[in-house]
Design a protein. Structure first.
Length: 120
């Protein structure tokens, strides 16, 4: 029963985020809405981590299997990839650098905030 409850919570949040996505006047993926909704529920202590830990650990442990269908379907578009290879490499490189810079900034900010908290 515990497992069904955890699945129900996670998929309920996914379903609600899909409903929210449909009524929003702008484009925002349901997965992002779902993560923000889950974060808000966890921060508000409506949901405790114990309520979803077991099932979320299972999903995270099997995450690579979710990428197999997408990876296999890329083969159907090999000609498109070859035509746009340079653009794809540039976009990947720029996004990698931007992600790295954002991560460094977030870690530095977090460290500063933790330092301030320790001083008080």
């Amino acid at each position: 029963m515990k497992l069904l409850t955890q699945i129900g919570i996670i998929f309920g949040i996914c379903w609600i985020s899909t409903c929210i996505e449909r009524v929003l006047p702008f484009t925002l993926p349901a997965s992002i809405i779902g993560m923000l909704l889950l974060l808000a529920l966890l921060l508000a202590r409506v949901i405790k981590t114990e309520h979803i830990r077991e099932k979320s650990d299972y999903l995270l442990g099997n995450l690579p299997f979710f990428f197999i269908p997408a990876s296999v379907s890329i083969i159907n578009y090999a000609d498109v990839l070859r035509e746009n290879l340079l653009a794809l490499v540039v976009v990947c490189a720029v996004s990698l650098i931007a992600t790295f810079a954002a991560t460094v900034g977030a870690v530095r900010l977090t460290c500063r905030l933790l330092e301030r908290g320790k001083r008080r």
